[in-house]
Design a protein around this ligand. Sequence first.
Ligand code: PLP
Length: 408
Amino acid sequence: MLINKSKKLKNVRYDIRGPVSDEADKLEREGVRIIRLNTGNPAAFGFGPPITVLGSLAKYADISVPYSMSKGLYKAREAIARYCISQGIMNVTPDDVYTGNGVSELIQISMQAFLNRGDEILIPTPDYPLWTAASILAGGKAVHYICDEQSDWQPDINDIKRKITPRTRAIVIISPNNPTGAVYSKDLLNNIIELAREHELALFSDEIYDRLVMDDVKHISVASLAPDLFTVVFNGLSKSHHICGYRAGWMTLCGNKSGAKGYIEGINTLASLRLCSNVTGQSVIGAALDDNSSAQLNIKPGGRLYEQREFAFKELTDIPGITAVKPKAGLYIFPKLDTKMYGIINDENFVLDFLREKHVLLTHGGSYNWKKPDHFRFVYLPCMDELAEVMSRLRDFLENYNQKCRVK
Ligand code: PLP
């Protein structure tokens, strides 16, 4: 009997954990030690959870045992609503908040409830690829708008304009961005808002890196600028509090909900279908949002994440044929490769070759729906010694690398 994947999954991809990562698993099974730089998983690199989160975990161990309400524990949603208000997003109540098994689950729920077959949704390229995957899985058409490397990876507003059609329903904004580390300016957000107003589009804003912004840059939530629009804001504790495994994420329905009654009904149905999100993860949200101090320490000069970014950026851009925009936030750099110099025609093969030869797992630009074979993502979470080791392997590898010669 032949059992195939469903046709729905035909164009659904998540290459961050795709074929190259499978090859790393295989090498590991053969006894090779791989430095895995494919996910932004701080705890895997020794970033521990804040002590306040651990305290809260112990304190609420009992209430985490039963199911919670489908939307989540009221106390957690109260804390999230307070957090939104502190970010300038007005009129948010606990009733507007849904907790999820990470932002990941909520991206999928939000798209399933929103998109009809053939509806178009504007998503950045490069993107965090779950947005594209979830939109396609929900029957929609992901239309990618360009983020411009020459303008610090800010979205190209004219490209967004050009790509709006009568079938466009929404714009996805990822700021601070994965994989580029860009933080979008107020002017840019206002330009996107203007387009959304003009074309009656909803906004989906993924802000999971908003507490990891460096260099005195200020993150602005698009929902704080557009109370007249319907905006869904996504956030969570995986990155700022290093607790990816607890799966503590949330989304908040913001702004003008007067036309969204049907959509909210759909969201409620889907939230109920998964019963509730991990209650252990929910139970620490209040304490975590009250204590952002360890994230803040990490991203200041002298802090671990800040210094690792400085080191990784300098080392990478010192390698001949690599250029990069310095990230303002998050955990990643998205460097550009001189494809001529290295004969690169396939970016996935580039990271595969590096993995097989130097035992470091990177992700290729194509994983982020970037169409040219000239980028890869670098995760700067490893400690300095390990970062130095990775850089030395990369320099070594590139010294003699020419993909075209290998292919022949
Ligand atoms: N959104 C962005 C932009 C991300 O980079 C990630 C994870 O890397 C997620 C959402 C998913 O995070 P989680 O499901 O752990 O909350």
